[in-house]
Write a protein that binds this ligand. Structure first.
Ligand SMILES: Nc1nc2c(c(=O)[nH]1)N[C@H]1C(S)=C(S)[C@@H](COP(=O)(O)OP(=O)(O)OC[C@H]3O[C@@H](n4cnc5c(=O)[nH]c(N)nc54)[C@H](O)[C@@H]3O)O[C@H]1N2
Ligand SMILES: Nc1nc2c(c(=O)[nH]1)N[C@H]1C(S)=C(S)[C@@H](COP(=O)(O)OP(=O)(O)OC[C@H]3O[C@@H](n4cnc5c(=O)[nH]c(N)nc54)[C@H](O)[C@@H]3O)O[C@H]1N2
Ligand code: SF4
Ligand SMILES: [Mo]
Length: 713
């Protein structure tokens, strides 16, 4: 008799949208993955990537056992042997060179992994190294700093109330491809159309007419990296026209109107030529925004990961406040998550200590990842001699990847917690592979905090763990316990942690929430009884409760943020001439990619534009004529740090003077092991991005607006 089919209700963890999925299995096989129509949050939505969860699960190249690099190649070893060896090596290196000699890089998938979030910290604490890095500093670091300063907690980030707004301004985000970021929002297209359906507007500001711009009500091209200027001019216009209406927000931020004095020097007429817009366009944006009964200005990747990313995010928040749209229905709103980690997590320290070589400030215990290579290669006390990589591929995802690749090769010891041999983990001496997402319990401890609607959902592992398989938290806890023992530290608490598991922490958090469902308080058990999740309602106005500062007031921190204005002046108005042949490099995402690591799924890499690989250099027809480049022709792109050769794709969707190359490609390094990805290698755009150019307020990398030159091969 054949085994029966079983249906499981779970959650896709690949991007931030938290789509509910219905997974059909027979024994340990996945038959199908479709959207869970009964999930109250995602209502059946999934994107093509959901099927990649199956591909990942089935991938014959995915590691399931620890492996060790030996003279004769990779050898499988037991978990115990692997843990012992790793702990002993890290301990020995720290004994010899000091605690900071072991560095750690944490990648993006950790944010989607409740085990790593809740129990990973035991391992970092056992390491006691200052050399901690993560993908945050190639991504959302500016948002954390703005929220830390204004609202008192790095993760208290307000979210666009997309379902109630009448005017949605998107600066440097392309949610139609990314499915939203710092805005957990399944069904984005439907929700954007709904804004237009109720007579509202979706306005996109982007150097490219992106997929989102294509369905917008208005799209305005902007010169990469100049968004801070646009925002300054928008604020200037707001005061000039006397359109400011902060209303009740003045009670929470009494010095809000003082913004006027900082933006005086930025009238639209001064700024317009530098950003590639007209005065009329700028005024029109402000007018439309202020005339709407509710409006929200939201900036993401393109606005954050550029030379003035932190200033831009700050000015966006000021604009929302001065137009009266913070903490208002249809504006930027705080969330009320059921399992709220924020009160139990670090509020985010700024510049408590500095990196050894370049003296860059640490934020929340992490240095900017742009400093990682130099910390490995510059001799002296505190030099990194060994690295731990957890769910990250920084050789492809961080600036000057080529240099970082070489730096990794110089280390004494590398351990990776990952299930692939990637461009980065190929440097490991030992790889510790956790199970994939569908084989572990899941609660979105981060993304409920960023969701456009309050909801709660727990997804137990779909499969019983395979024999001899471990999840991330079990790996981290095993290492932490061993390290603590070697260091002679207290280890009594580990027994409780093993028994409690991350899900026990989630249960505690749920039980401490004020939410009720059908007259019952929330708990893990209640969520297990409601496998599609539970809707907890729309976002609610939440000031001043949402503020973590003791005085319950928003701290506008003018001195901190406006201190960046002289640098901005210098950058844009000093008369410094740009290389007339430079194009400005920006990035892009495709619906079927996920940073660097879904290219081993044949389903995700097939079906590309014009028969070209997905990794093309998009340029405007004007630039193509200027440099005598034909569509599909190979071109060499050069920056201060490196050079890549890839096919050109000529499109008038991109503004002249700009070139777009996606990240996460470049699967052509000897020793990585994902054969499908290697057939679609592409090149790594981060061989062009510059680790020495930073958003100086935050130390965030500058991945958009990088000057490059281009020539046909
Ligand atoms: N030029 C340019 N560069 C960029 C960007 C850009 O827009 N332009 N975007 C930046 C952004 S926003 C980000 S977030 C970073 C991402 O940068 P990273 O986080 O460094 O890279 P990922 O490609 O996400 O790599 C994730 C790795 O984790 C592994 N993995 C997946 N799931 C799990 C898991 O559950 N557990 C463990 N242990 N491992 C797992 C995968 O096999 C893969 O090797 O890239 C950044 N880099
Ligand atoms: N399919 C898919 N989805 C993903 C990911 C993925 O790799 N693939 N990655 C996930 C991750 S880790 C993240 S952080 C999110 C990111 O999600 P988003 O923030 O939506 O990022 P992108 O899709 O890269 O869109 C960035 C947009 O900014 C524009 N841009 C570039 N430079 C500038 C500039 O200087 N100014 C302005 N105004 N615009 C600019 C680009 O043209 C692009 O349209 O996506 C997540 N979702
Ligand atoms: S949008 Fe796609 S990748 Fe993101 S959670 Fe939903 S199904 Fe997964
Ligand atoms: Mo990201």
């Amino acid at each position: 008799m054949s085994s029966p089919e079983r249906k499981h209700f779970s959650t896709c963890t690949l991007c931030e949208a938290m789509c509910g999925i219905e997974v059909t299995t027979v024994e340990r096989q996945i038959i199908s993955i479709v959207g869970d129509k009964q999930n109250p949050f995602s209502e059946g939505h999934v994107c093509p990537k959901a099927m990649a969860l199956k591909d990942l699960y089935e991938d014959p190249e995915r590691l399931k056992q620890p492996i060790e690099k030996t003279a004769t190649g990779w050898q499988t070893i037991s978990w115990d042997e692997a843990f012992d060896k790793v702990a002993q090596q890290l301990f020995a290196i720290q004994q010899q060179y000091g605690k900071d000699a072991v560095g750690m890089y944490l990648g993006n998938p950790n944010a989607h992994n409740m085990g790593s979030i809740l129990f990973g910290p035991y391992f970092y604490r056992a390491l006691k190294s200052h050399n901690r890095y993560s993908a945050t500093s190639v991504d959302q670091l500016p948002h954390h700093i703005v929220s830390r300063q204004l609202f008192g907690h790095q993760s208290q980030i307000p979210i666009p109330d997309i379902d109630h707004t009448d005017y949605f301004m998107i600066i440097g985000g392309n949610p139609l491809a990314s499915n939203g970021s710092i805005m957990t929002v399944p069904h984005i297209k439907r929700r954007l159309k709904a804004i237009q359906g109720r007579g509202g507007k979706v306005v996109v500001i982007d150097p490219k007419k992106s997929e989102t711009a294509d369905i917008s009500s208005e799209h305005h091209f902007i010169k990469p990296g100049s968004d801070a200027l646009l925002l300054l001019a928008m604020l200037n216009t707001l005061f000039l026209k006397d359109w400011q209406k902060p209303g009740i927000l003045l009670q929470h931020a009494p010095d809000l109107l003082a913004v006027e004095s900082y933006v005086q020097d930025y009238p639209a007429v001064r700024v317009a030529p530098l950003i590639g817009m007209t005065e009329q366009q700028i005024e029109g944006l402000v007018k439309g925004f202020c005339a709407a009964s509710s409006a929200v200005c939201y900036g993401r990747m393109g606005a954050s990961v550029q030379a003035f990313g932190t200033l831009t995010q700050y000015l966006i928040m000021l604009f929302n406040m001065l137009s009266g749209n913070l903490d208002k229905l249809g504006g930027m709103m705080f969330t009320q998550p059921a399992a709220d980690l924020l009160p139990h997590s670090g509020r985010g320290s700024i510049g408590q200590y500095h990196s050894r070589v370049r003296k860059l400030p640490a934020f929340a215990g992490e240095y900017p990842v742009s400093a990682l290579a130099e910390e490995m290669t510059t001799p002296g006390e505190g030099q990194i001699k060994a690295m731990v990589i957890g769910a990250g591929n920084p050789v492809l995802t961080t600036p000057n990847g080529q240099q970082l690749d070489e730096a990794f090769a110089s280390l004494d010891f590398v351990v990776a917690v990952d299930f692939y041999i990637t461009e980065t983990t190929r440097h490991a001496n030992i790889i510790l592979p956790p199970v994939t997402a569908l084989e572990r319990d899941h609660y979105d401890v981060i993304f409920h905090n960023f969701a456009v609607r309050n909801s709660t959902k727990y997804s137990p592992a779909i499969f019983e763990p395979e024999e001899d398989s471990l999840t991330d938290w079990q790996i981290y806890l095993s290492l932490a316990e061993r390290l603590d023992r070697l260091n002679g530290s207290e280890t009594k608490h580990y027994a409780d942690l093993w028994a409690k598991e991350p899900k026990g922490v989630v249960d505690d958090l749920l039980k401490s929430s004020n939410y009720q469902h059908e007259e019952q308080g929330l708990s893990l058990q209640l969520l297990l009884d409601h496998p599609h999740g539970i809707d907890l309602g729309a976002l609610r106005p939440d000031l001043p409760a949402a503020i973590y500062h003791v005085n319950k007031q928003i701290d506008l921190a003018f001195d901190y943020f406006m201190a960046d204005l002289p640098r901005l002046e210098q950058h844009f108005f000093s008369g410094k001439v740009q290389d007339p042949n430079a194009l400005l490099l920006i990035g892009r995402r495709h619906l079927k990619t996920n940073n660097s690591w879904l290219h081993n799924s044949a389903r995700m890499v097939k079906g590309t534009n014009n028969g070209l690989s997905r990794c093309t250099a998009q340029i405007n027809p004007t630039d193509a004529r200027r440099y005598e480049i034909e569509d599909g022709q190979m071109v060499v792109v050069t920056s201060r740090v490196g050079q890549v050769t890839l096919p050109a794709e000529i499109t008038d969707k991109i503004i002249a003077g700009v070139i777009s190359i996606p990240h996460g490609w470049g699967h052509n390094k000897a020793g990585s092991k994902w054969s499908v990805a290697e057939q679609h290698a592409g090149v790594s755009v981060n061989d062009l991005t510059d680790e020495m150019v930073l958003d100086e307020l935050s130390g965030n990398a500058v991945l958009n607006g990088v000057p490059v030159t281009i020539a046909p091969v």
